[in-house]
Ligand binder design. Structure first.
Ligand SMILES: Cc1ncc(COP(=O)(O)O)c(C=O)c1O
Length: 443
């Protein structure tokens, strides 16, 4: 599952004791394991190798360029959703031909950036009738198609595009991260997709020759993928009848992660149901793309936080930490579960499984809360933990995805530091912000 483990009661990331990181870098700090990032990427790449699928890591979930660089070096493409993420992808050394550009609201400037990057990277590359070396635009609506086509024409470049279809499949761990149902803002209906593919599928400037779906996140069941692939293949077949060859199928992300031990299916489980549906088409040249984020990054990162106070009021015990909703918003926003445990424990309290109610002696129930002035500022509620005291170090597990990337400066807390561990070494990959950083853009 990951490379965070106890040795004689001390938590290590690979070969680095986390207490050392906390002393040298301070808290709150996100710590990533390079070995875990690579492990999860490799598992997905291997599981979908028979389809020759390209795995494009969803930058939004963990966008630090050192994380992206680690994955790009291992053959990952990237899924970006903004000009800022394109900038990160470039800094991480990604090739534009391995990048998909999604997002429901692309600005003209962002579209130009993606087109210019593709053009510059492919200068002198002969790509025949197709601009095979550029970013793939994942297009969410007809007006967006029109805007990108007009900009491409004005710049004198050709581009590739896939149409995001909303297949009408509801899936995902929370309403806010379910995207494939008809009422969501994403993509176009299958009927609209047929009309758009027929109209723009052979456009010389912006050939709409791909189909993209992304039905949600934290999908712990493989069945919604089967239904989605079936519905998508119907659209591909209809397009063929209309004279349009679809060459790319992007299945989006959404694979689950183990927030508790054993939560999520393995990559091989998803592949077991998806591969047979696509094998023949992939063998005939259909390019398959996946956009996993959480399944690669969630368990590759933890959040280290220091206990500021232990406060007891009546029957209630609060463990007040220096990390809160500003550092990790998932518990407040989605009611998400993160396993939390002290970084230093007695041998009897080394957790065997990560679970909401660990079966260990001598635990005390508490709320783990942050310093922010909101009752919604918590990391865990009614959680059983070994007794902790002021100054202790807590580890919030599975925080690598949608953790640092969603952190904020609310209550004027500087953004946390980020650290990458690789074997026995660690490196600060984002320094902690200072008070001067906090106000640097103000006057
Ligand atoms: C279009 C798209 N692709 C991929 C992802 C990544 O999802 P996950 O992290 O669940 O794999 C998202 C998440 O929001 C998304 O919107």
């Amino acid at each position: 599952m990951d490379h965070f483990h106890y040795r004689d009661g001390e938590l290590f990331a690979e070969d680095v004791p986390l207490a050392r990181v906390a002393v040298e870098v301070g808290t709150p700090t996100y710590v990533y394991s390079a070995a875990t990032l690579r492990m999860h990427l490799h598992k997905i790449q291997k599981a979908f190798a028979p389809l020759r699928a390209r795995v494009c890591f969803a930058v939004k979930c963990c966008s630090n360029i050192a994380v992206l660089r680690t994955l790009v070096r291992e053959g990952a493409g990237l899924d970006v959703v903004s000009g800022g993420e394109i900038h990160r992808a470039r800094l991480a050394g990604a090739d534009p031909s391995s990048v998909v550009f999604a997002g429901v609201g692309k600005t003209d400037a962002e579209i130009r950036e993606a087109l210019a990057w593709s053009r510059d990277a492919t200068a002198g590359v002969a790509d025949g009738p197709e601009p095979a070396h550029g970013v793939i635009f994942n297009i969410e609506s007809e007006p967006e198609y029109m805007a990108i086509a007009a900009i491409a024409r004005a710049m004198g470049v050709r581009a590739r595009a896939a149409l995001r279809v909303n297949p009408g499949v509801k899936a995902g761990g929370h309403d806010y991260i379910s995207t494939g149902a008809a009422e969501n803002k994403f993509g176009v209906s299958p009927a609209h997709a047929r009309a758009m593919l027929a109209r723009f599928g052979n456009d010389p400037h912006l050939r709409l020759s791909g189909v993209h779906v992304h039905i949600g996140s934290s999908i712990l069941d493989t069945a919604p993928y089967v239904e989605t692939v079936r519905r998508t293949l119907e659209i591909i077949d209809q397009a063929k009848n209309d004279g349009v060859v679809i060459d790319t199928l992007d299945l989006g992300g959404g694979f689950g992660a183990d927030y508790q031990t054993g939560d999520a299916p393995a990559a091989a489980e998803y592949a077991r149901v998806i591969t047979p549906l696509l094998q023949e088409r992939a063998d005939k040249g259909l390019r398959i793309i996946l956009e996993p984020g959480r399944a690669i990054a969630a368990n590759a990162g933890v959040l280290l936080t220091r206990v500021l106070f232990v406060k007891v009021e009546g029957a209630k015990k609060f463990v007040v930490c220096d990390a809160g909703m500003h550092t990790l918003i998932r518990p407040s926003l989605y009611d998400a579960f993160h396993f939390i445990w002290p970084a230093s424990v007695s041998p009897q309290h080394e957790p065997v499984r990560r679970a909401e109610r660990p079966d260990l002696p001598g635990l005390e129930v508490c709320d783990v809360v942050g310093p922010v002035c909101e009752s919604g500022d918590f990391l865990a509620k009614e959680r059983a933990l070994p007794a902790v005291a002021r100054g202790d170090l807590l580890t919030v597990y599975s925080a690598g995805a949608y953790g640092a990337a969603m952190s904020s400066r609310y209550n004027s807390h500087p953004l946390p530091a980020e650290v990458m561990v690789d074997g026995a070494n660690f490196e600060v990959i984002r320094r902690r912000e200072t008070y001067d950083d906090l106000v640097a853009m103000e006057r």
